[in-house]
Design a protein around this ligand. Structure first.
Ligand code: FES
Length: 149
């Protein structure tokens, strides 16, 4: 049994220790806002926070999250920075197909908590690992500046 604290709620999961955290979130806890993209740590669609740091849940074993705070996109509406990021996302109309956007918002939120006044270069290097097939990168940058301001 693995005990996870997800969005401030405790969950007891009867799952193998090596199960990817993404599987546990989506298929066991039924938090489906976090998306599966590549499953190999390459695209960022599955990004969640572990103790506030952005991690790729598809390559994080569920056992590695035990004893840490797991935060998902479902909690961003009540997160001080996450809610500003989501508002900026809507104001700018970032999403096209939308599939990568939960991961983008999780990466952007963790980043803005470390750097409240980022440059374009800061944003490019922080967000470079989050891939968007629709190419919404310019709108993502605009929204991050807006959320920071
Ligand atoms: Fe995890 Fe692509 S699904 S990085």
């Amino acid at each position: 049994m693995i005990t996870l604290t997800i969005n401030d709620q405790q969950h007891e999961l009867d799952v193998p220790e090596q199960m990817p955290l993404l599987w546990a979130l989506r298929d066991v806890v039924n938090l489906t806002g976090t998306k599966f993209g590549c499953g190999m740590g390459l695209c960022g669609a599955c990004t969640v926070h572990l103790d506030g740091a952005a991690v790729r849940s598809c390559v994080t074993p569920v056992a590695a999250a035990a004893g840490k705070r797991v935060t998902t996109i479902e909690a961003m509406a009540t997160d001080a920075v996450g809610s500003k990021v989501q508002e900026a996302w809507l104001d700018v109309g970032v999403a096209q197909c939308g599939y990568c956007q939960a991961g983008q918002i999780m990466s952007a939120t963790a980043f803005l908590k470390d750097n409240a006044n980022p440059s374009d270069d800061d944003i490019a290097s922080a967000m470079g690992g989050n891939i968007c097939r629709c190419g919404t990168y310019n709108r993502i940058r605009t929204a991050i500046h807006r959320a920071a301001g």
